[in-house]
Every structure is written in C-alpha cells, then in structure tokens.
Design a protein around this ligand. Structure first.
Ligand SMILES: [Zn+2]
Length: 57
C-alpha cells in the first residue's frame, strides 16, 4: 500500500481582473457544485448581503 488515490482537487473557477485563474482550491470538488475557493465564496456572500441591503428598503 504505497500509493493513495487522492481525489483530483478542484480549482477555483474565478478569474482576476487580468483574466488569470484563481489558484485557490474549490471548497467542493463536486463538478456539479459551484467551484470557488473560500475567499471567493466569502466575496460572493458579501456581495449578496450588500445587494439585499440595497434592494430591501
Ligand atoms: Zn478563488
């Protein structure tokens, strides 16, 4: 038992302003899930919260 089959790590799908792919590891490797890293997930959540604040008045 020398090798362990590690599941392929999913890479974050977000890109920066230059179009470079984010090197972060996706939180969920499931191809059906949204593949974003922890940082980008937090950014998206902040964006949603901010959007709700502006629209719910
Ligand atoms: Zn990312």
């Amino acid at each position: 038992m020398s090798t362990t089959t590690e599941p392929a790590r999913a890479q974050c799908r977000m890109t920066n302003a230059k179009g470079d792919r984010c090197t972060g590891e996706a939180l969920d490797p499931d191809p059906k899930a949204i593949q974003v890293c922890q940082r980008h997930a937090a950014e998206v959540m902040a964006l949603i919260a901010d959007h709700r604040k502006r629209t719910r008045t």
